[in-house]
Design a protein around this ligand. Sequence first.
Ligand code: M6R
Length: 359
Amino acid sequence: MDEKEGYDFFTIKEINEESLTVKNTLKEKSKVEKIVSNIGNIDRICFVACGTSYHASIVGKYLIEDLIAIPTEVLIASEFKHSAKTLTKNTLSIFLSQSGETADTLKALKIANRFSKTLSIVNVENSSLAREADYNINTSAGSEIGIAATKSYLSQLICIYLFVAYLTKDKNEKNGIKEFNRIMDSLDNLQEFIEGILPKEEEIKEIAKKYKNAQNFFFLGRGLSYPTAMEGSLKLKEISYIHAEAYAGGEFRHGPIALIEKGVPVVVVIPKDEDYEDSLSILKEVKSIGGDVIAIASCNDTAIKSESDEVICLNEKIDPIISPLTYVVPLQLLAFHICLTKGLDPDNPKNLTKCVAND
Ligand code: M6R
């Protein structure tokens, strides 16, 4: 039976289990390696998922297109049928799901099985999605009770990183081994990095108190940080009922920036990666028009402090390639603490169920 084991809520228990999740999910390494070596020729990848699983899929797209240059798209499961005619036997359709029973995703898998190779990445062993795909990877996060996905998101991402690492080694003739080693070395250090982020909870609690009455929140990120921004925004919406929207940093200037006025909180996910300067530019612009900037940044980023109202900083040794695996953790904690300061129940948000079983 699932117990809270001293925690007040499953959601915070599950966030705290993320370090253990890293250890457990990495045990899937050899299985992932085997699947990649059996998968054969693929000239296109199509991720299909809903909600948080959709956000994990977007990380997969950025990694695959950058490291292996296989055209990759990410489709919302409920819209998948409109693209089904474009699938071929050399398309790999990848289905991500915590529950393995989401009706829209399952329906899409049944269509994809007719036209393409299929791989499911699910947390619940022996679920429908696990059984019905050609290949399956178990994310091994253990049971997740909180409605808001937290540790299962991390475990999905780890599986994606493993998949991409082996695919890169196999298919990227020029830099495959180098990129494989870079990802694997980073994953080896991930548990330690997560353990370093969790104690930031007290600091994040103070930020939560400051912004608990905000009516609107914005989350910005570029490249690999864009799906992190989307996931941070979804977490906040789900459990604190604050209206939140996520944008790719560059896109924010094309309209939504009109909504910024004095005191509107804008979370900017800004690791020191190739998008850093561009992210800094939008961060400064938001600040100059009165927005309250909450930066999630590297601890060696001294410039960010003077440009932001709040900074949650993460170990500078984190290789930016794994920033989605780490920078999301403070955003989960922020949503959790805003929810608590508003007196809400994070485990059972209204109108939501753990698995959307009807389409
Ligand atoms: O079980 P699944 O991963 O297929 O569920 C998909 C979404 O319903 C799910 O991620 C939902 O968005 C969560 N409540 C996110 O926290």
